[in-house]
Design a protein around this ligand. Sequence first.
Ligand SMILES: Cc1cc2nc3c(=O)[nH]c(=O)nc-3n(C[C@H](O)[C@H](O)[C@H](O)COP(=O)(O)O)c2cc1C
Length: 333
Amino acid sequence: MSQSLKLYKPLRLDKNVEVEGNIFAAPLAGYTDRAFRTVCTEQGADLCYTEMVSCEALVRGSGKTEDLLQKSEAEKIYAVQIFSGTASAAGEAVGMVSRFKPILIDLNCGCPVPKIIKSGAGSDLMRHPDRIAEIVRAMKDNTDIPITVKIRTGWDALSLNYLEAAERAVKAGASLVTMHARTKSQAYGGSADWSHLKKLKEVLGNIPVVGSGDLFTPEAVEAMLQQTGIDGVMLARGVIGNPFLFRETRHYLLTGEILPGPSPYEKMEMAFRQLSLAVHYKDERTAVNEMKKQLCAYTKGLPGSSEIRNKMVHSEDFETYKKIFREYLESFS
Ligand SMILES: Cc1cc2nc3c(=O)[nH]c(=O)nc-3n(C[C@H](O)[C@H](O)[C@H](O)COP(=O)(O)O)c2cc1C
């Protein structure tokens, strides 16, 4: 427990910028909108990232893309993640992003989606560390906000070049490096190899390193921090339909005590809260449709879950959802 006490701590990004704690909510395309970030913040996430935002689309003036840059009302600070295959688009877009005043702007160097790779962005950048440096430099030239990068360990097992990628990014001005400890070829399969996080931290020294990969329990977070000596963690798939993991993790790192998990009632209340927030921030139809996969995640393992999932999948409006939730919650009383 005395070890754990030191694991939850502030994370200094730059001379003047510090985040109060080191448990972050990862960028998750299609998930980390303002509604999700609100419940993560309420449950104790110290910093939440937006979904990845296209620099090309921002430069083209896409209003829909610009919406992704908004901070939620609950967040005191937040981070914006961008993706770009070129330094010119990234440089121009960063000027626009800066107006939203995120605490940092992160460059995605890990997305394995073919369309993104084709544009030279995401994990394609792992094959071109020189381009990571160019893009980071262009971002630095256009903003005073700290620039960070999120990388993978490499393109595949035969090209583990994260040390080079990270060192180049830092030399170009990156203030922090997050690493998802898998290769692009692994996508999200197999297991993350945390030993690479340890090596990365040893090489980067004072530059903060944040770790990502297979963090599904408070004990896993403790193990990653203890085994690698990195500065912070980023929770990803583990918090989909389960933002409670933030409070459980923080509590565990501070006290060594495992909190009891949320009751089915609490889970469904939280699912409904997130849906209500989504409807507050987006038009109803979009909110309901986008939330379906997350609502299903909340119901995993609950009594009567297949029945309620079936009802939800076939519902299109908020009123119907309200009724489904009310009936389900009443079944507990
Ligand atoms: C559905 C989904 C969407 C993701 N979107 C992004 C993204 O937009 N930007 C990014 O850097 N990583 C993204 N990731 C990767 C996560 O941030 C995280 O690094 C990865 O899931 C590993 O952590 P985990 O094993 O704990 O889930 C995504 C992952 C998933 C499963």
